[in-house]
Design a binder for this molecule. Structure first.
Ligand code: PLP
Length: 360
């Protein structure tokens, strides 16, 4: 059996060690005679799985005790609504607009209140992160909202806006656990699992506990109330049990690979290899301003749409798959999340060089 190098933006490649362990435990988890999929979420055995996943995540992020970890279904997209439902006082929200995902979050927030866009990179098709100095925050804003890594456009914040004592919300879906972060800077961090930490089916939400005391908006369903998730250990109803189990295995894989410092080193090395090649290449060009480049989603183009198309087709023939860029950018995108091995990026760069010498 040959596995491909899968450059998909999500659902994305997972660590092979994790998939192997899951397959070994598939029919019989720890002598229970069952798969984790078949297990009651109220059993001791499953409680240990979710508790350990949370404990490992806290350890990886060096998470302060005044933060809660919630496992929520509905993906990152449901958070676009849950955040205003749970954190509204004045129903005014400040947004830094950096692409499709802040656009989608903004549309959802507008159902509940008023969005003020305090900075945007829309003028250059989101190829950079806006200047964060001297932002004028709304006086009565409930929070400031950012998306740290813009999966579609391939940009990433290199520092955070200085929001003072305002609440900062961060959609980290496509860069979660890719490098160390200071959790205490944020009111809420959230991430859909399927980019960097597991299969689709769960979003990990990290919320500062004082925010749980804020009353939810009228009409908020029970299953969209952060406090219910916090009080019930994410088990008011049946959680996505198997997805959480796999996330837990990925957390252990991160710890075994040097924690976030180790993961960051790997990620920087992979991204540097690809960007260095793009900077030298006469055929391929990175689409993003250099100081805004993502370590996770690398977007690039040739100056011909036909060549781009041919590149994606030819790459697929040699086991380098899912390199087509998002339709709003065109060209190519290589998503090189934590689980993409260095060998995958080396194979991609080698193939790009061959393609270039053949077609230039
Ligand atoms: C993929 C993605 C989302 C949407 O995630 P779903 O889990 O499909 O809802 C939101 N934000 C970012 C940054 C993403 O990359």
């Amino acid at each position: 059996m040959k596995r491909i190098y899968n450059f998909s933006a999500g659902p994305a490649t997972l660590p092979e060690e994790v998939l192997k362990q899951a397959s070994e435990e598939m029919l019989n988890y720890k002598d229970s005679g069952m798969s984790v999929m078949e297990m009651s979420h109220r059993s001791k055995l499953y409680q240990a799985i979710i508790d350990e996943a949370e404990a490992d995540l806290r350890k990886i992020l060096n998470m302060p005790d005044n933060y809660k970890v919630l496992f929520v279904q509905g993906g990152a997209t449901l958070q676009f609504a849950m955040i205003p439902m749970n954190l509204s006082k004045n129903k005014v929200y400040d947004f830094i607009h950096t692409g499709q995902w802040t656009k989608a979050a903004r549309r959802e927030a507008e159902i509940y209140g008023t969005v003020n866009v305090i900075a945007s990179s829309e003028d250059k098709n989101f190829t950079y992160i806006p200047n964060l100095d001297n932002l004028s925050y709304s006086k009565d804003a409930d929070y400031v909202y950012i998306c740290e890594n813009n999966t579609i456009f391939g940009t990433k914040y290199k520092k955070y806006p200085d929001v003072g004592n305002r609440i900062l919300i961060n959609d980290m879906s496509s860069c979660f656990l890719s490098e160390p972060i200071d959790v205490s800077k944020f009111g809420v961090i959230f991430a859909g699992a399927q980019k960097n930490v597991g299969p689709a089916g769960v979003a990990i939400v990290i919320v500062r506990d004082d925010l749980l005391e804020n009353p939810t908006l009228p009409g908020t369903p029970t299953l969209m109330n952060y406090k219910v998730f916090a009080e019930k250990g994410s088990m008011h109803n049946t959680p996505p049990t198997y997805t959480i189990y796999i996330c837990g295995l990925v957390f252990k894989w991160i710890i075994a690979n040097g924690g976030l410092e180790g993961i960051q080193k790997r990620n920087e090395k992979k991204a540097a290899l690809l960007y260095d090649y793009l900077d030298k290449s006469k055929m391929f060009k990175g689409t993003v301003e250099k100081d805004s480049r993502s370590l996770m989603n690398v977007c690039f183009k040739t100056d011909s749409e036909e060549l781009d198309k041919l590149f994606v087709e030819e790459a697929k023939k040699v086991g380098l798959e899912n390199l087509k860029g998002h339709r709003s950018v065109g060209g190519m995108r290589a998503s090189i999340y934590n689980a993409m091995p260095l060998a995958g990026v080396e194979a991609l760069v080698k193939f790009m060089a061959e393609f270039e010498s053949k077609h230039l």
